[in-house]
Structures are given as structure tokens and as C-alpha cells.
Design a binder for this molecule. Structure first.
Ligand SMILES: [Zn+2]
Ligand SMILES: [Zn+2]
Length: 342
């Protein structure tokens, strides 16, 4: 099979072609594994964190990619949920131990044996991948392969982030950064909480215009004052200054939810501008979002199908994965980038 693999941790600025196209043997599913013939794989900011070493694969080479859509091509001898030809998705959660207190309470995203697709096990930047049937999802019929892909991470983790804000209808929500995940959160909010007012913060005028077009009541740069206090903010940016700016905008009792697996340290000194009365006083909270649980993915896929949420998608060939990653790094983002695999 064809695959785009990561052989070496590197900075994209030094090496704009971190992935290499290679020919590998097709994986063979055993036990409860299914073999998926990949048709689409979303490109996520987390791939940049893997490539640049902020959350590196434990061994290399590794096939990245954790928003995978395809059809079941073959099954292991214990598979009883899926059959050949079924359309399935694979998300960031590749496996968890299944026996710890987190797993038993449905918080398997916090399991110490959590393994991530495309980091700890081969993912979807390839023609085939294999995964346990317990960590694959049916894709609702009314969602196409390319549009389903970003729902599996950007959408599912956006859903989890929104859940963690504790937002209620009628409140004000800030979105700090407006990429693949935030634009899906905005679409979700418009359906679920019609009276919520959304304030979008982005460095890019294109993203701000996109946010207004999708229904944000206000869009400005990350340091701008939205003139109203926000009950919750979801930060999807890779850096630190937005954390400080978000805290400043929070209403008393407000909560900042940070949806980022790692932050880059380029502007870490901006944290020194934290001023207790301005940024933290009045019971403001900060919470990170760690991974996703299977419940998040399954629930969000059903919600997306029911509400007809379709992500804005920009398509690339598998061989052009490096180009998609470079554009993500340089924030040429409108909606979600997806690899079409043939
Ligand atoms: Zn992701
Ligand atoms: Zn566990």
C-alpha cells in the first residue's frame, strides 16, 4: 500500500517535507481488528505537534492521521460488529486499557494506557489501516466520506470542549482561534443554543470574515476587546497569549476551556503579564480538554447527521499531505483540510 510516513522528528520551518511517500505491505487484521480501506483522512494540528516533537510518536517510522474514513476490507476471526463493505470511521482514540477506573467510568480519554491513532499506532495517511472493532464507528449515511473525516477529531473534540464549558443558552461564548474545530463548534452552537452569542477571535481577517459569515455576532483580533464579558471561551490556538487574552474577557465565574494537546513555547513569556485581579479573580476557571472518549465521537456523529452539520472542507491528494500540513502551520486555514485517498 501507499503511505505517507514520518521518519524523523523535525521543525516544519526547517523541513517543509517531513513525510515521505513509501510503499508498505498491507496490514493484516487479527483477533478483533478490522482492516479499513481508507478513502479520506483529515489533517489535524496535532500532526504538527507529532512531527515537531511536542507529542512525538514513541517509535518511528509512523503513519500519522486520526480522522479516518473508509470501508471494512477484511476482518479478524473475532470480529462480530462489522462486516466487509461497512463504512466506518476511526478517531484519535485508538485504544485504552478497558479496566482502570477511568475506562470503567467512560472517561477512557484519561486512561494512562490511552493510545492515539497515528501517534502510538499507524493511522490513516495510507491506503489501509487496522484498528479494533471496539474503536471504530459507523458513519451516518447522509454524511459523505470527505465531510465525515473532520467530524472525527475537529468535530468530536469541539463537541467535548463545548460540553466542558457548561454553557447555557443565552450566554456569551468566545472562540479563540477559528480553524477546523472552532468553525464546527459555531455550527453546533447555532443549532443547539440559538440564543448564545458567539464572539470569534483570530489573527487572520479571512478567518474573522468566515466566522461572521457562519453567524458570529462579533469577530476581532485576539487582543481586541469584544465589549461584552464572555461566560465561556474555547481556545484552540497553539500558543500562550490567547490564554491571557481569554481570561481577561471572562465574566465572573467564567470558564476557559483549552482545546490543544500541547502549546508551543514561542510566546510563553506573555504569561508573565498575568495579573491576578484582571485575569483570575472572581472565580474564573481554566480547564484543558484531553483527547476524546468513544462517547464523544459516537454522540457527535449522530448529532452532526441529525443537524445536517457539514464541515467546510479543503481537499488534498494523499501525496500532497506535506502541502496541507505546511498550510496548516502557516495558518492558511478555511474550514478543515482532508486528504483524499485512492
Ligand atoms: Zn486531531
Ligand atoms: Zn484505562
Amino acid at each position: 500500500m501507499k503511505a505517507m510516513v514520518l521518519n524523523q522528528i523535525c521543525k516544519i520551518a526547517d523541513n517543509p517535507h517531513p513525510l515521505q511517500l513509501v510503499e508498505l505491505p498491507d496490514p493484516v487484521p487479527v483477533g478483533d481488528e478490522i482492516l479499513v480501506r481508507v478513502s479520506a483522512c483529515g489533517v489535524c494540528h496535532t500532526e504538527l505537534d507529532e512531527i515537531e516533537g511536542r507529542t512525538p510518536p514513541p517509535h518511528l517510522p509512523m503513519i500519522l492521521g486520526h480522522q479516518v474514513v473508509g470501508r471494512v476490507e477484511a476482518v479478524g476471526e473475532r470480529v462480530n460488529v462489522f462486516k466487509r463493505g461497512d463504512r466506518v470511521g476511526v478517531a484519535w482514540i485508538y485504544s485504552a486499557c478497558g479496566t482502570c477506573s477511568f475506562c470503567l467510568s467512560g472517561n477512557e480519554n484519561l486512561c494512562s494506557d490511552f493510545r492515539a491513532t497515528g501517534r502510538d499506532a499507524h493511522g490513516g495517511y495510507a491506503q489501509y489501516m487496522k484498528v479494533s472493532q471496539d474503536f471504530a464507528y459507523c458513519i451516518p449515511e447522509n454524511i459523505g466520506d470527505l465531510t465525515a473525516a473532520p467530524l472525527l477529531c475537529a468535530g468530536a473534540i469541539g463537541y467535548r470542549s463545548l460540553r466542558l464549558t457548561g454553557l447555557q443558552d443565552g450566554q456569551n461564548l468566545g472562540l479563540m482561534g477559528f480553524g477546523a474545530s472552532a468553525h464546527l463548534v459555531l455550527k453546533m452552537v447555532r443549532h443547539r443554543y440559538p440564543a448564545v452569542r458567539v464572539f470569534a477571535f483570530s489573527r487572520s481577517e479571512n478567518e474573522r470574515a468566515f466566522a461572521r459569515q457562519l453567524g458570529a455576532c462579533w469577530a476581532g483580533d485576539i487582543f481586541e476587546d469584544p465589549s461584552e464579558k464572555l461566560d465561556a471561551v474555547i481556545d484552540t490556538t497553539p500558543v500562550w497569549r490567547p490564554v491571557v487574552e481569554s481570561l481577561k474577557c471572562l465574566a465572573p465565574g467564567g470558564r476557559l476551556v483549552i482545546n490543544a494537546i500541547r502549546k508551543e513555547d514561542v510566546d510563553k513569556e506573555s504569561l508573565l503579564s498575568l495579573d491576578y485581579p484582571t485575569h483570575l479573580w472572581m472565580e474564573k476557571e481554566i480547564k484543558s480538554v484531553a483527547n476524546v472518549s468513544r462517547r464523544d465521537v459516537a454522540e457527535f456523529l449522530l448529532l452532526a447527521a441529525e443537524m445536517g452539520i457539514t464541515p467546510e472542507v479543503e481537499e488534498f491528494a494523499l501525496e500532497d499531505a506535506n502541502q496541507a500540513l505546511l498550510e496548516l502551520k502557516t495558518r492558511k486555514v478555511r474550514g478543515a483540510k482532508v486528504l483524499r485517498v485512492e
